[in-house]
Structures are given as C-alpha cells and as structure tokens.
Design a protein around this ligand. Sequence first.
Ligand code: ADP
Length: 258
Amino acid sequence: IQATFIPLLGEKRDINGGVIVLTDITELRKLETVRNDFVANVSHELRTPLTSILGYLDTLIESDIEDQQTREKFLSIIKEETNRLSLLITDLLNLSKIESQSFELSPGDFVKTLQKVYNLLEKNAQLKDIEVNMEVEENPPQVYMVKEQIEQVLINLIDNAIKYSPAGEEINIRVEKKADKLYFSIADNGIGIPQEDQARIFERFYRVDKARSRSLGGTGIGLSIVRNIIKQHGSEIKVESEEGKGSIFTFYLNIVKE
Ligand code: ADP
C-alpha cells in the first residue's frame, strides 16, 4: 500500500486539514517485476549466442588458424548462432506485436487454414518418419478468427509435436464441432511434459529442458505466442500430458452463427 498525504491549506496558508490517499500498488509491483524479469530474460537469451559469436570471431581474427577444416567449423558455428539470434528476434517481434495490438476477428475457414499449415510442415514430419493422422469434421462451420494468427498457432503446435516426438511415432489431429464451438486437438506420443512444468510452458522463455529445446532450434517463445493469440480469440489453450507418453494440446474457436 502506498500512502500519499495531500495537505489542505486554510485562509492564512496554514495547514488545517488533509487527505490521505491509499493506493494498492500490489498489481503495479507485480507488473513491474514481470517487466524486469522479461528484460533480464531477453538480455540473457540474446547474450548467449552473441558471446559465442564474439568468441569464435576473436579466435579467428587473433590466432592464425591454418587448418581450413577448423576455420570452416568456426564459421559454421558463427552462422548457426547468427541464425538463432535472428529467429529469436523474429519471435520476440511477433510476440510484442500480438501483445500490443488488438485484432478484429472475422469469419474464416479453420480447416482450410489447418490444411495449408499442414502442407507447409509435412516435410518436417516425413523427415522423421512421423505419420500425421487428421480426423476432421465434414462440412466444418466458419469460425471467428484472424487467419494469420491461427496459422501461427497451428505452426507452433504442429512443429512442437514433431520436434518433441521420437522418429517413427504418430501424431493425431482432430477437429470437432461441439455446440457452438469448433475444437482443435493435437496429440503426440512424444517425450511428454512433467506435471510440475505443465502450467509454466506457456510462459515466455520457459523450457522444460533448455539444452534439448536449443538443440532442436527452440526459443521458448512459441507457446506464449499461442496462448496470447488464443486468448485474443476469446478462448484458452490447454495441455494434458504424461512424461514419456505424450501430450495433447486443445483449444476451441467460436462458430459463426448462420
Ligand atoms: P520451444 O521453442 O522451446 O519449443 P515453446 O514455447 O514452443 O518453446 O515450448 C515450451 C516448452 O514446452 C518446450 O521447450 C518443451 O519443453 C515443452 N513442449 C512444448 N510442446 C511440447 C510437446 N508437444 N511435447 C513435449 N514438450 C513440449
């Protein structure tokens, strides 16, 4: 609680009363902490690849590395880390755009969007010999959505399901109409998420296993983008998962009434 005293002056400019304003600044403090944490996290995430890039560049510049193979190895690490920085910045800009703007939902064809995204990611699945089964509502109704954002959500969820599944596993996607909502779910038989991490995976930069996510090209931002977008659609993203068995992510969109 923050207290502010505002004196009330009498005719002779003497203080003859006052008002005390009490403000509950708990929420404000919380917001401040979240913002400080975010800045600290971003700085850390950006510094890690930068430190590595600078280190390798210094070595290349300062020491005479004759061996061509070593030089090439260093250069390819520098390229990899630069790509990572670029991906991180793209993700951050996306997230900040979604958080700061409000969007107009309009009627759209969810299944068509899903098909488009699937075509985009099919190769990734094939590379790991993963079969993606789709069980989709016949004559699906239109839903309220922002097409580009729903594309982003589907990319992130399908990409994760592929990333965190071992080769040869199956992924099951389902689109189902229930009352005035269209439900989407994606189930994988991958590594799963420990119970204690399930509530936190939608936070920015939260990763169950940093090293694993990093080696798979993850930034820890994908699911926070998903949560934000789905919230702006008046819905909620949910996860059910068992470690070592797999995960199911679900959300719904509101159907446009005829
Ligand atoms: P990342 O870029 O690390 O994949 P996300 O925000 O997309 O970041 O996901 C956050 C974390 O949630 C991941 O690092 C991973 O630990 C976990 N996760 C997300 N999707 C799955 C999944 N389908 N199976 C297992 N773990 C997952």
